[in-house]
Design a protein around this ligand. Structure first.
Ligand code: AVI
Length: 330
């Protein structure tokens, strides 16, 4: 497997996972891509994170979406297709569908996990019978084909909630926004949910919950490597670390080795020093203005932005900048 991981381009998801893990663990400093957190157990742990008292983003975002569902619906042109990137349980899209079902021809949930979106789609259809629900299983960081029925409506509205954009490096976030502009096409709109810069202690608490669910979520990555790549990580020999780096405006998450040790992964031996870390995630925090600047550079023009009362989280709406803004008389 390692020979494969190192010698030629990965051919499928398993080979890509092996290549990314070996590449990350043999690099200096060591790192692992955060997209691999989300196996079935990781996705469940993330759902539990969203309900923790310390983890405010999901509650804040749901509140903004509910409070401004009508305003958001007004910015959705009649007959649009709503494309959600990384839809997971679709619970945020349900708020938009609830307010804008009569304007939406189709809803396209896009997620890597096929079973989850098929199941969510089956549950959504009876609740929104006038909207065609067309799930797509794809990696949202790559360009992917939209179903023909999602291309037929006159225009498309992208939806990227959950501050998932914060898990991209800024250059990746810019690339994602450009790809989304191309994928969604002329006159598209894009609704983005993003976590905002705030007091360090609030941020540190959100990623170091008392119940230890975030630690479990982080360590589950090693469990997944053991199971899927024949690894022998001893989870009790690694510790969860997370802290806010205020110079970079990001939470950094690591797994730290508690002792000097050797670990086998996919036939390769990886050495760890005492205290050596694997960097597993960055979670960038933006201001309304800094996200708007990033979006402008990627071909989007800000249309509207809302925050919660504490200004912890924001929902921002953009339109493709190649369009002439509408004047009052038009
Ligand atoms: C999915 N993403 C926006 C979460 C975040 O807050 O960056 C992932 C997460 N990592 C630890 N807790 C939550």
């Amino acid at each position: 497997m390692v020979a494969l991981a190192r010698s030629r381009r990965p051919q499928n998801a398993e080979e890509r996972f092996a290549a990314d893990v070996i590449g990350g663990l043999t690099a200096t400093p060591k790192s692992l891509p955060p997209k691999y957190f989300y196996d079935a157990i990781g996705s469940e742990l993330f759902e539990r994170i969203t309900e923790l008292p310390e983890y405010y983003p999901t509650r804040c975002e749901m509140k903004i979406l509910s409070d401004h569902a009508g305003d958001i619906a007004q910015l959705i042109p009649q007959g649009s297709a709503l494309i959600e990137f990384g839809s997971g349980s679709s619970k945020k899209a349900r708020i938009i569908l609830g307010a804008a079902a009569s304007k939406l021809a189709a809803y396209v949930p896009v997620d890597i996990c096929r079973e989850m979106i098929e199941q969510e789609a089956a549950e959504l259809r009876p609740d929104f019978p006038s909207v065609k629900v067309l799930p797509v299983s794809a990696d949202i960081t790559q360009m992917f084909p939209l179903p023909p029925e999602a291309k037929a409506p006159p225009l498309r509205v992208g939806f990227f909630p959950g501050s998932t954009i914060g898990n991209f490096e800024p250059h990746e976030a810019a690339a994602f926004l450009s790809t989304a502009a191309k994928l969604l096409g002329a006159r598209a709109r894009l609704i983005v949910g993003v976590d905002l810069v705030k007091a360090t202690d609030v941020l540190n608490r959100a990623y170091n919950d008392k119940a230890g669910v975030t630690a479990k979520f982080n360590l589950n990555l090693l469990k997944r490597i053991n199971r899927e790549l024949g690894g022998n990580f001893r989870l009790e020999c690694f510790e969860h670390h997370a802290f806010y780096n205020c110079e970079q405006n990001r939470i950094e998450m690591y797994l730290a080795s508690m002792k000097r040790q050797k670990v086998k992964v996919a036939g390769e031996t990886i050495d760890f020093r005492v205290g050596e870390t694997i960097h597993t995630e960055n979670s960038y925090k933006y201001s309304v203005e800094s996200l708007a600047a990033l979006a402008r550079g990627a071909g989007w023009r800000p249309l509207a932005a809302w925050t919660d009362a504490r200004k912890y989280f924001s929902i921002q709406v953009f339109e493709r900048a190649d369009e002439r803004p509408l004047r009052a008389a038009e």
